[in-house]
Design a protein around this ligand. Sequence first.
Ligand code: FAD
Ligand code: MLT
Ligand code: ZN
Length: 505
Amino acid sequence: MFRPLSLLIINISKHNVASQIKYSTAILPRLSSEKYNIKRKSFGTINESDINHFRSILSENRVITDESDVLPYNIDWIKNCRGQSKVVLKPKTTDEVSEVLSYCNSKKLAVCPQGGNTGLVGGSVPVFDEIVLNFSLMNKVISLDDISGALVCEAGCVLENLDNYVRQHNLIMPLDLGAKGSCHIGGNVSTNAGGLRLLRYGNLHGSILGLEAVKADGTVIDCLRTLKKDNTGYHLKHLFIGSEGTLGVVTKVAVHCPAVSKAVSLGYFGVNTFEDVLQLYRNAKISLGEILSAFEMADNRAICSTVKNLKLTNPLEDYPFYVLIETSGCDEEHDSEKLNRFLSKEMESGHIIDGTVTSEPAKMRTIWNIRENIAEAGLHDGYVFKYDVSIPLNNYYDIVLLLRKKLEGKYTNIYGYGHIGDGNIHINVTVPEYSKEVCDMLEPYIFEQVAKLKGSISAEHGVGFRKPQFIHYSKDESALRLMKDLKHLMDPNGILNPYKVLPDV
Ligand code: FAD
Ligand code: MLT
Ligand code: ZN
């Protein structure tokens, strides 16, 4: 029988994952340019008169130049990359963004657009002295139509704030991720972020109704429509969704928000084999149908190291695999009857060994916290090599076993977890500190394996700074050529997020 979750006291407070980071030089990550042997491109170099010009467009306090104040904007969340920017600009309006970019373009000054700086592929921080264009002050909701569900807001709105806001109108944001307390909707759009609700609501190419963006030369592109249907010519908004700040800067977005589900339940289960995880997923789709809203998996090491490193409590014993199944519907009685029937069958057949199910928000939060904190837990081992790949489900977990064998004796931990409903596995390889030897054993090996299995080398985190040289494992040369043509057309001087997404050769 399933036991109800007794209120677990778990030591997680929902926190802003990127705020309040203070660095001491002892723990500074190495400069990206040195660590990855990158040469600076021939951009202009910022001088005092440029700074004064930015002050005239923005204001004194929105042009940050103090070295220690600039430092956190130079370092990414996993402390893998460090840039050398000397200035952070914080615009409040689209006109200010346009003026800044037009000026930078005329002087060939490179720019790194930055949202909540939670990106995991080094795209959000400069490599050399690119100007950081940070959107945290563009954080206003513009309108919400609670009948159509169309939310219009500025790019710097924090995802969790938006979710809290639309919930007051019986709506939710169509995406949810562990970084929700820090990441911006503009960053989500620019990375085409996936996350925990993708299985139900699809990716952002479907949910973003329209957007406003500014091109490298300062031209404002107004595609900020809120219509579900609009086939008037090329669907230009898609160029900005997932282009990681290389084609333009997103300043406003219109998002379709689905209705909040009145009846939500979350189950957390112990499973013996990966084959059982797959069977469970197949049966969940068949038996739960339209109420299935998330299906996540994590292996034993992912959960155990998270629980240990972050001093949490695992409500279940030790199992080889853990699965989270969420249902969301509008009829509590109907939904729970359906869920219970499914779970009884799966326990009888042995696909589930043990588990717990709850509909209480605080208890559901407790379970989600364990899953959402896997990303952070790895950092406590020292250094994390993070991979985020799509692999056909039959071979989904093989890569974890392959890596453990290949790297025997060289790592602290290797584990797999992810959005199994979307065919997306995250593999974290943790080591006490960055090691080029381990890096060379992992790359390009892991990408070769993924390519052999016809997977994608980046399922949801993007290409950023860390993967352009591997993009060919997932993109054909003809597609890469068109990507480069588009980049040249939209940003001829290449000032927007250089060293990111597109390979040099
Ligand atoms: P940033 O990190 O600041 O930037 C990311 C990229 O977008 C950069 O290339 C940057 O230049 C560009 N960019 C940012 N804002 C703009 C803008 N306004 N205009 C143009 N370009 C811009 N990702 C997922 O897909 N699914 C997950 O489940 C998930 N979970 C995460 C959990 C944790 C704990 C963390 C730390 C990260 C997670 N991520 C996940 C990765 C990351 O949070 C997302 O990619 C997120 O969408 C990034 O948003 P951001 O505002 O932090 O963007
Ligand atoms: C997740 O699913 O938890 C995120 O994508 C972050 C990660 O890869 O750890
Ligand atoms: Zn993920």
